[in-house]
Design a binder for this molecule. Sequence first.
Ligand code: G
Ligand code: G
Ligand code: NA
Ligand code: MN
Length: 254
Amino acid sequence: MRLENGLHKALRDVQFSLHYQPKMSAETGELCGIEALIRWQHPELGMIPPDKFIPLAEKSGFILEIDRWVFHEACRQNKAWQDAGLKKIPVSVNISARHFYQGSLKEMILAGLNETGIEPQYISIEITEGVFMQNIDRVIETILFLRSLGIQISIDDFGTGYSSLNKLQLLPISDVKLDRSFIQGISRDEKKSSIVKAIIELVHSMNMKVVAEGVETADESRYCKDLRCDELQGYLFSRPLPAGQFEDMLRSQS
Ligand code: G
Ligand code: G
Ligand code: NA
Ligand code: MN
């Protein structure tokens, strides 16, 4: 069975769902953001992780449809939580680099905002550094457009790919998410911690926030806080949760 063939059906039959993982403020320890992460419950194969099907969807171009569904669903859910009186915090959506080169990202975003009524300040778009490798003029123009709407932009998996510091400095990026490979074992690794310290200073000097990803231990959390990370995300706080379970957490903080 070829997974690609199942993707269209998956979208049509609503086999996709979103899980939600919290981001915590390093300063106050409070829930300050939400990342939406796609899950595929296949009727025969069970749960298929995104790293199995997102690359396929990127190759075939079907990622444009998936991004549209994810964006709309994350906006709808966050607005529903807000309308229920729960804490108003931004939801982050991962958007494929491909969507910046092809397709109509602007129209997709405007449609999602209009259809759900969410305020743009409660949306963040996560892109990887790879987005800066092609069509740079179009990418910059799109980022400026999203920012003009009030949407936040995050650089995901920062430090693992290509990103020109020059571009980062010129673009109105809200925050960078330090890849979890930098965080893992940081308290026991002097070389790692001095690199991370330098990255954080550099990012702060460009007036962007730093999010530490993949925080799994209390040691890593304390260390990231000491190094002045602004936000923390990882299994220490919570795994990505289905909407219902995430809502319980949101309710306990509202
Ligand atoms: O959720 P998990 O850690 O299993 O995600 C694995 C990979 O899949 C990560 O690189 C993550 O960015 C990517 N991913 C998860 N959800 C989405 C999504 O909704 N859209 C895109 N484009 N990528 C996603
Ligand atoms: O590439 P991106 O950063 O979007 O990937 C997010 C993925 O990271 C999700 O699939 C999520 O399940 C995973 N993740 C989130 N927190 C942790 C963590 O603390 N440790 C590990 N190993 N993975 C994590
Ligand atoms: Na992400
Ligand atoms: Mn990441």
